[in-house]
Design a protein around this ligand. Structure first.
Ligand code: NAI
Ligand code: MG
Length: 361
């Protein structure tokens, strides 16, 4: 089978790590029966400066019409308000209905603070909540200054499909744990619903009830997926005290955004943390980091966040075995710790890290 992959490097180190993503796909063993073809696509601030649009229509159309999946690097944001500029990844999520943002967080090695292995994934709803951007500002009565307000919109449809995706991810993780064995095999499959329905009884109340109903489906129950829930503030506390206790966390957009950046801090470098923007039948892998102007052009960016994002993209395209190969090779590189990039305390260049991981495929 040939998968056609759109490559959108964007700005800064996006141009250094996306080629690494392409290399790992090309290096996958032929025994997997997979072939890849690639198409280079523009987006980002450089594209905006050149053409006046951050996300060319051609990029969207090519993804829609030709591609099975895509890899997105990072884009720089203008430092001053810039007329006509808006974030291309936010627009892409909307145009392709990529309604979930999936962010796995996995520790490299035990630390004094976190002696147990951290291996969790945050599944963030990506289309609604406060991010519908319906805001307004008006004058308070009696001249007492301004008031600004924003709509928080939660729908049954979006809550149900995000929780269903979280359930499916939990089932898949359980299957992988059972086949890999080892310490992880004993970990219980669980989805934690995050909300604040004690205060926001209608919006978060609907999210909570809908997510719970979706996770009560027989296929999840039969697979042994436990349902847990956590008020978001206590979630933050527990996530940072006992991250090893969590498996899959599902959250509405805003809480998910905050939790997923926070959780990335648990494992050291941003250069390690992948993500995927997922819809029905399409996925874009995207490292969590930005364009890192401080190290751009030096060939020292850590490619691992991108390589893991390649794995995630493959998982959501139904290529679990290929994904598992990549994860395993990355973990082996980190476990040996001989060829690490500077952000990890090593001296290896991007290419050397990629070559070491390819050797381990
Ligand atoms: P950043 O993630 O680009 O960098 C933060 C720090 O982490 C820097 O010191 C950087 O060198 C380091 N770092 C990040 N990725 C690394 C990697 N792969 N290997 C080694 N070190 C790495 O965040 P920052 O500096 O806040 O933003 C820089 C630009 O990126 C801004 O224009 C920002 O708007 C944009 N940005 C874009 C994102 C996206 O495209 N999704 C996400 C975050 C920021
Ligand atoms: Mg964020």
């Amino acid at each position: 089978r040939t998968l056609r992959i759109g490559l959108i490097p964007g700005d800064g180190i996006g141009r250094e790590v996306i080629p690494a993503g392409r290399r790992i796909l090309e290096a996958l063993p032929t025994s997997l029966g997979l072939k890849f073809s690639f198409v280079d696509l523009d987006a980002g601030f450089e594209t905006f400066k050149r053409t006046g649009v951050a996300l060319p229509e051609k990029t969207v159309e090519t993804l829609k019409q030709e591609c099975d999946g895509a890899l997105f690097g990072a884009v720089s944001s203008p430092t001053t308000p810039t007329k006509g500029y808006s974030s291309p990844i936010v627009a892409l999520r909307k145009r392709l209905d990529l309604y979930a943002n999936v962010r796995p967080v996995k520790s490299v090695a035990p630390t004094p603070a976190f002696p147990d292995p951290i291996d969790l994934v945050i599944v963030r709803e990506n289309t609604e909540d406060l991010y519908v951007k319906e805001e307004r500002t008006y004058d308070a009565p009696n001249g007492q200054g301004k008031i600004a307000e924003a709509i928080k919109r939660i729908s049954e449809r979006a809550s149900s499909r995000i929780a269903t995706m979280a359930g499916e991810i939990a089932v898949r993780r359980q299957r992988v744990r059972e086949t890999t064995g080892g310490d992880a095999a004993g970990k219980k499959s669980m989805v934690t619903i995050t909300h604040k329905s004690n205060v926001l009884s209608q919006t978060d109340g609907l999210f909570r009830a809908t997510a719970r109903a979706a996770l009560e489906q027989a296929r999840f129950r039969d697979a042994g997926v436990a349902i847990d829930e956590q008020i978001v503030d206590s979630m933050v506390y527990k996530l940072f005290r006992q991250p090893a206790d969590y498996d899959v966390i599902v959250a509405p957009n805003l809480y998910g955004d905050i939790l997923s950046d926070g959780a990335a801090a648990l494992v050291g470098s941003l250069g390690l943390v992948p993500s995927a923007n997922v819809g029905d039948g399409f996925a874009i892998g995207e490292p969590c980091h930005g364009s890192a102007p401080d190290i751009q052009g030096r060939g020292i960016a850590n490619p691992i966040a991108t390589l893991r994002s390649v794995g995630l993209m493959l998982e959501f395209l139904g290529q679990e075995e290929a994904a598992a190969r990549i994860y395993k090779a990355v973990d082996a590189n980190l476990a040996e710790g001989r060829l690490l990039s500077p952000d990890m305390g090593g001296q290896a260049r991007t290419d050397e890290v990629v070559e070491d991981i390819i050797r381990r495929l």
